[in-house]
Each structure stands twice: as structure tokens, then as C-alpha cells.
Design a protein around this ligand. Structure first.
Ligand code: NAD
Ligand code: IPM
Ligand code: MN
Length: 349
């Protein structure tokens, strides 16, 4: 019997709704198996902040870090709430976790499952993996403004890129390509961002030289959004910086049947810290509390988590059950819980 310490952070908005279904699926797939998940629940996010003024304390961080893996729903308050300025939740909690736990790989697979309501008329096969850098770029918080609020305000948000940080995520992307269809596409903006882009390109070229078996190409971020819609089948593994990867993966979710299907993992491949699995989507305040959010992204995040833990058979069963559910969707409305129940029932059958 093996035991896994799982930290569960349902978060805000639809986060708790989709995590409830993901937990049902985890229970169903592990029932009767020799692995047990010991869960600790953490109340974090906008709700917690508004109640206590805390985002992520040192104690929270230490307690979460003592787990083997983390499952997160989504965090973020209602748009326009004047008490939530300065990205206190996004930066103070979510990015703080990703940075402190050195989640340098933000793994975001995109697959068009049969029956998924994709918007493209003739998409071909869509099955690619975005390896988004997770700890650098414009996300590091290296910015500020002067003369704030005046007509002469100057605001900077400096993108930080290190050779160390790029090389490790690029190596990860190549390792993934070797296990997949053998192609890596670097997405950046080297025609304008010559310093950071130039370094990304040089490092990709150097790692490519060690992998003659992997085909490598380069696409500017703006053109990448075209190809993602007109010819998504051209992509196998995309490696890109933190911000470009954020934007590209919402688009990838949309072309593969909706953001409610897009799963992700914030991975620390070295195993020094627990990795964190979460849907790509946010707290969706516009549909929160209505039981209409699609929990499939959270459920497929469970599959990524199981895979990460080496529980590959269990991961495959969850993916298969979700895939079958997607294939049989006929557009009729189901509640969030009904989707979770249906997928769990397939696992128990
Ligand atoms: P969002 O992803 O929450 O919502 C974008 C759109 O997608 C909305 O129309 C929403 O209704 C829809 N949507 C999202 N998830 C869905 C689901 N499971 N099923 C059906 N429809 C779904 O993005 P947003 O509105 O830009 O952000 C809302 C809040 O979430 C913000 O505070 C943002 O910072 C935060 N956010 C958090 C995370 C996270 O915790 N990982 C990720 C993205 C955004
Ligand atoms: C995501 C989100 C986050 C990001 C925000 C909420 C910090 O959009 O997980 O994609 O930009 O990474
Ligand atoms: Mn995003």
C-alpha cells in the first residue's frame, strides 16, 4: 500500500465546484487499488484574503510544500472589486506558489478529443503539448512606476530571462518531443525582443544539436496564433516563455473544444518540491455558483497528476473515462456534478 500526501486548494468561484468533481474521480479511480491519497484542504484565494487579509503565509507555504502533490481549482475574485488590486491573489498566492515551488515547467497538453465541440471546420488532428516556462519572463514582478497617476507616469514590467532558466525548460521540451512525434517548435518574438528572444533561440539551437532525432522549427508568437487556428496539426511540442505560453494555451483550449477541457501541471521535474495540477481556466466569476462549469479540465488535471506520480494505468483510465464522456456529449445541459458523476461512474463500472 502506498500513500500520497495531496494538498487540495479549491480556491474561488468555480474552483470548489470543479475540484469536488475531480476529487470524486480520484476516489473512483483509486478505490480498491493499493494507493491511498491522504488529503489536506487549504482555504486560499480571494475569499480567504477578503476574510483575513492573508494571501499565502510562510506557514501555508511550508505546510503545502510538505505534500507530495497539489491540486488547485482556481483563484481570483470578482472583477472590479476594489479590495483586490495589485494582483494580490494572482501574484501573492498563485505565482508565489509556482515560484517558491520552482514550477519551471508549466505543462499544458492540447488534444482535440473525438466529439469535442471545437470551433474549427476542418482541424485535422490536434495533439500538441505546450511547455510554458513557469518561473521567469514578465511574471517575475520586476517592475514599478513613477509619477503614478499623472500624465507623465512611466511604468516598467521587466521580463527576466536567464540562461539557466531557459536551458532547463528547453531540455524538458526536447525530452518530451523524443517520447512524442519528435518535433519542437520554439515560439517567441525574436524579430523584436532581440535580447531575450535571441537567447531563447541560441539555447534551443544548442540543445537541438544534441538531438539530431528531433526536428526543430521557430515561429513568432503572432504567427503562432494563426497556425494554431489554421493548421494546429503542425505542432507537436511548443516551448515558449511564460507570457506567450499563457496566451497561447487559452487559445489552444478554445480550439480543442473549450477552456473547460484544458488541463495543466506546474511541474518541478527535479522533484525537490511538489508539483501542482490545475485546470488552465480561472475562477470564472461570470458562471460561479451555478453548477454549469465544465469540470473536465480539473478531472484531466487529475490524470496529469497520476501520470506524474508514476500511476500511469490509473492516469490512462481517467483520461479514457473523460474521453468517452466527451465523445457521448450531445450538447444537452448537464450540471457540473452530473459530469463528474458520469465520469466517476465509468471508472467504477
Ligand atoms: P476564466 O478562465 O476564469 O474565464 C474565461 C471564460 O471562460 C469565462 O467566460 C468563463 O465563464 C469561461 N470558463 C472558464 N472555465 C470554465 C469552465 N470550467 N467551464 C465553462 N466555462 C468556463 O478567465 P478570467 O475571466 O479572465 O479570470 C477570472 C479570474 O480568474 C481572474 O481573477 C483571473 O486572474 C483568475 N485566473 C486564475 C487562474 C488560476 O487560478 N489558475 C487562471 C486564470 C485566471
Ligand atoms: C493561468 C493564469 C495565471 C497565469 C494568472 C492567474 C496568474 O492565467 O494559470 O493561466 O497567467 O499564469
Ligand atoms: Mn492563463
Amino acid at each position: 500500500m502506498s500513500r500520497v500526501k495531496l494538498a487540495v486548494i479549491p480556491g474561488d468561484g468555480i474552483g470548489p465546484e470543479v475540484i469536488a468533481e475531480a476529487e470524486k474521480v480520484l476516489d473512483a479511480v483509486t478505490r480498491g487499488s493499493d494507493v491511498t491519497f491522504d488529503k489536506t484542504r487549504f482555504s486560499l484565494g480571494a475569499g480567504r484574503f477578503l476574510e483575513t487579509g492573508d494571501t499565502l503565509t510562510d506557514d501555508d507555504l511550508a505546510a503545502i510544500a510538505a505534500h507530495d502533490v497539489i491540486l488547485l481549482g482556481a483563484v481570483g475574485g470578482v472583477p472590479g472589486d476594489p479590495r483586490l488590486t495589485n494582483a494580490n491573489i494572482e501574484r501573492g498566492m498563485l505565482l508565489k506558489l509556482r515560484f517558491a515551488l520552482d514550477h519551471y515547467v508549466n505543462l499544458r497538453p492540447s488534444k482535440l478529443y473525438p466529439g469535442a465541440p471545437g470551433p474549427l471546420v476542418d482541424p485535422g488532428e490536434i495533439d500538441f503539448l505546450v511547455v510554458r516556462e513557469g518561473t521567469e519572463g514578465p511574471y517575475v514582478g520586476n517592475g514599478g512606476s513613477i509619477r503614478t497617476g499623472t500624465p507623465h507616469e512611466v511604468a516598467n514590467e521587466t521580463s527576466v530571462n536567464t540562461a539557466f532558466g531557459i536551458e532547463r525548460v528547453v531540455r524538458y521540451a526536447f525530452a518530451q518531443a523524443v517520447r512524442r512525434r519528435g518535433k519542437v517548435t520554439l515560439v517567441h518574438k525574436t524579430n523584436v525582443l532581440v535580447h531575450a528572444g535571441g537567447m531563447w533561440k541560441r539555447i534551443v539551437d544548442a540543445v537541438a544539436a544534441e538531438h539530431p532525432d528531433v526536428a526543430v522549427d521557430y515561429v513568432h508568437i503572432d504567427a503562432a496564433t494563426i497556425y494554431l487556428v489554421t493548421n494546429p496539426a503542425r505542432f507537436d511540442v511548443i516551448v515558449t516563455d511564460n507570457l506567450f505560453g499563457d496566451i497561447l494555451t487559452d487559445l489552444a483550449g478554445a480550439v480543442t473544444g473549450g477552456i473547460g477541457l484544458a488541463a495543466s501541471g506546474n511541474i518541478n521535474p527535479d522533484g525537490a518540491f511538489p508539483s501542482m495540477f490545475e485546470p488552465v481556466h480561472g475562477s470564472a466569476p461570470d458562471i460561479a455558483g451555478q453548477q454549469i462549469a465544465d469540470p473536465t479540465a480539473a478531472i484531466l488535471s487529475i490524470a496529469l497528476m497520476l501520470d506524474h506520480l508514476g500511476l500511469t494505468a490509473e492516469a490512462a483510465r481517467v483520461t479514457h473515462a473523460a474521453e468517452q464522456d466527451i465523445a457521448e456529449r450531445d450538447g444537452s445541459a448537464r450540471t457540473t456534478a452530473q459530469v463528474g458523476d458520469a465520469i466517476s461512474a465509468r471508472l467504477r463500472a
